[in-house]
Design a protein. Structure first.
Length: 355
C-alpha cells in the first residue's frame, strides 16, 4: 500500500501565519503537523509516500526532506492550483500505479492513528473505505449516509440540509478502482474535482464503499483556536524528560520536557510544557498547555496555554494566554502590569504590549 498526503492549499483561515509558512508546518507539541501525519502513515507500515505540494513546496521539502528521518520515502508531486482532492489523485496516477493507497489530508491531526481502519480495509478490500466522525455542523463537510451494515449509501459535499451528522474527516482508503471514478466525474460548482463525487460515483455504480466511525481525537488544524486545542491535547500525553539545564532557583512541576541545550533560570514551569532546544527561560513563569520552540528567549514573562515558535523573543510581558507567537517574532512590554493578553503574532513581527 502507498500513501498520498495533501499539503497544498492556501490556509487562509490560519493567517497571518500562512502568509509566511505552509499550514502543514504549524507546530503542534513542537513538531510540524505534517510530521505527525507522516508518522501515523509510517505506523501503518507504509513507506512509499507521495506528497502533493503547491506554492510552499520548497519550504516543505526543506523541513521534511526525503522522508528518511521519519522512516518513509517521499515523492513530491506539484499541483499548480488547488483544484480538489480528486484532482490530487488524478495528477498522482503515475506514482500510485495500480496499488491500494491511503489518501490523507496533511493538516489533519489524529494522534491515536488509524491502524484499526487500515486493518479492516486490508482484510475486506472494498473499493473505498472512508473514515467518518459525528460533528455538530455537518454543513461544512463531506457527509456520509450509511446503511445498517456499514456500507455507504450516499455522499454529498457540504450539504445545505444534511441528512446525516457523519462527516468525512480526511482519511480515505482506496483500491485502484478510484481512478476510474475520478476520470468519470466533472468539476463541482466551486470548480474542483471533489473526492466525495468520485466516491459517490463508485456507490452509484454498485461498487463496495464502506465507512468506519472514528471515536478518537480528531482535529482539522485550520484555525488558531484548533491549533491551540490540539497542542494542549497532545501535551496531555507528555512524559517528563529534562535534558537541558535547570538552575537551583527554578521549580518544575507536572509533566515537563526541557530539550537539550535549553536553560531555565529563576523560573517556574508548570506542565504540561515543552521547552525547545537552545531556548532560554529566565525570571518567568510558564504555565500548562504551552510549547516554546527552539532558540527562543522568554524573560520576565508569564505565559500559559500558548505556542511560541522557533526564534521568538518575549520580554517583560505580564501575562500571555491563548497566544500563538510566530517564528522570530519579538514581543515586549512598555511597563510591567498584571493584565493577561491574547496575541496572534505572525513571523518576524515586533509587538510592544503595555498594561
Amino acid at each position: 500500500m502507498k500513501a498520498l498526503v495533501l499539503s497544498g492549499g492556501a490556509g487562509t483561515r490560519l493567517r497571518p501565519f500562512s502568509y509566511s509558512m505552509p499550514k502543514q508546518l504549524i507546530p503542534i507539541a513542537n513538531k510540524p503537523v505534517l510530521e505527525h501525519v507522516l508518522e501515523n502513515i509510517r505506523d501503518l507500515d507504509i513507506t512509499d509516500v507521495g506528497v502533493i505540494v503547491g506554492d510552499w513546496g520548497p519550504e516543505i521539502r526543506e523541513v521534511i526532506g526525503d522522508g528518511s528521518r521519519l522512516g518513509v520515502r517521499i515523492t513530491y508531486i506539484p499541483q499548480e492550483k488547488p483544484l480538489g482532492l480528486a484532482h490530487c489523485v488524478a495528477i498522482s496516477r503515475a506514482f500510485l500505479g495500480d496499488d491500494d493507497f491511503v489518501l490523507y489530508l496533511g493538516d489533519n491531526m489524529l494522534p491515536e492513528g488509524v491502524a484499526d481502519v487500515a486493518e479492516q480495509f486490508t482484510k475486506t478490500r472494498p473499493d473505498a473505505h472512508v473514515v467518518v466522525q459525528k460533528v455538530p455542523d455537518p454543513q461544512g463537510f463531506g457527509v456520509a449516509e450509511l446503511g445498517t451494515d456499514g456500507r455507504v449509501e450516499h455522499l454529498v459535499e457540504k450539504p445545505s440540509r444534511p441528512r446525516s451528522d457523519l462527516a468525512l474527516i480526511g482519511v480515505y482508503f482506496f483500491t485502484d478502482r478510484i481512478h476510474r471514478a475520478v476520470a468519470a466525474i466533472g468539476s463541482s460548482a466551486r470548480g474542483e474535482l471533489e473526492i466525495t463525487d468520485a466516491i459517490q460515483w463508485l456507490v452509484r455504480h454498485g461498487h463496495e464503499v464502506r465507512a468506519s466511525e472514528y471515536t478518537g481525537y480528531w482535529k482539522d488544524t485550520g484555525r488558531v483556536e484548533d491549533v491551540l486545542e490540539c497542542n494542549q491535547q497532545l501535551l496531555g500525553c507528555l512524559t517528563t524528560d529534562v535534558r537541558g539545564d535547570v538552575d537551583a532557583l527554578s521549580r518544575l512541576s507536572g509533566r515537563v520536557v526541557i530539550e537539550e541545550g535549553a536553560r531555565v533560570l529563576r523560573s517556574q514551569v508548570e506542565g504540561p510544557v515543552i521547552i525547545g532546544a537552545g531556548t532560554v527561560v529566565e525570571d518567568s513563569r510558564i504555565g500548562p498547555g504551552t510549547t516554546v520552540g527552539r532558540h527562543c528567549v522568554v524573560r520576565y514573562t508569564r505565559l500559559t496555554y500558548s505556542i511560541v515558535m522557533d526564534g521568538a523573543c518575549i520580554t517583560a510581558v505580564p501575562g500571555l494566554r491563548g497566544s500563538v507567537i510566530g517564528r522570530n517574532a519579538t514581543v515586549g512590554a512598555g511597563r510591567v502590569g498584571d493584565a493577561d493578553h491574547r496575541l496572534v503574532v505572525g513571523d518576524d513581527t515586533r509587538i510592544e504590549v503595555t498594561a
